[in-house]
Design a protein around this ligand. Sequence first.
Ligand code: EPU
Length: 332
Amino acid sequence: MIIKHNVQLKPYNSFRTKALAKLFCEPATLDELIEVIRTHPHEEKLLLGGGFNLFFTKDFDGLVIKPAMEMVETVFEDEQQVEIEVGAGMEWDALVEHCVGRGYAGLENLSLIPSTVGACPVQNIGAYGAEVSEVITRVKAVNLKSGEVEVFSNEECRFGYRESLFKRHPHYAIASVTFRLSKSFTYREKYTDLNRELEGIPNPTLTQVREAVIRTRTRKLPDYHVLPNAGSFFKNPLLTREEKEELQKILPDAPIYNTGGGRFKTSAAYLIDKAGFKGQRRGQVGTYERHSLVVVNHGTEEGREIVSFAREIQQEVKKRFGVTLEPEVQIF
Ligand code: EPU
């Protein structure tokens, strides 16, 4: 495997910010991944998927590893279910298409999410009422400190909303993910936008659901090839009952979803919108005109400009509504 020096990371993050990686490699097998970790014990390491949920503000003085394993193996199958183990480097939507094409249900609501299979458990990707944690049975990863392979059960992954063990303790290189999918499918109404898109179709098929998700996403979210971005910039805030009541005094129409356990989710997009930021621009950075939660890059290469715009949004939302917005995107 070739290890490259001084690699420009601009093409490897969908925000298109510039940064140099001292070392860069793309292991194509589990053995290559283990080898590069064991032969570089003292280098700081950064795992890169598609670079769709992160951007850089400075050069990276270490080893960037971009796993390139793309196998799909059936590890279990009966009449109702199938379990497939998939290499970390596979493009996420290629896997969704593969599964929908074979009639395997479970990933269709996550169509078109820019991600790779290895990155999907890290932030527990989710959309339209579904999260990938609902169908993951195992994650195989190499411990960056010991160089040993470890296998995590679903429970051990400690999944939460856009959270996991791998996000909290970033010293694992995910090599493969195992999904349990169903061979039968009945559409369940979970998310208003998607239900609306499927109106008039009595029992939508997997393909019809996938197509409806693709239409909804395409309408609302910018294509990073045209307008560089990293999807939702902030998480939807989780509030306590008291915080929720305070917010409702200021914004009685704010969307509130009871997530159980005394926590209430509100909409970051709504708060940013109400703070007057929708479609706003500071220099080369702004929010998307059709979705205020997406920060878009109109032409800068400097990650710091994005950070300073995001701070301005956070401060204004805090000042007006008392709510703290936490980035969903990872900043390096
Ligand atoms: N809204 C506004 N202004 C806007 C856009 C939305 O006020 O400009 C309000 C509306 O009230 C709307 C609500 O926000 O009903 C929710 O909007 P949307 O359905 O687009 O979902 P979201 O909460 O903003 C989340 C995920 C998205 C995912 C969508 C669809 C997070 C941080 N984001 O966004 O995920 O695609 O739901 O399920 O949870 C991502 O993570 O990068 C991502 C795009």
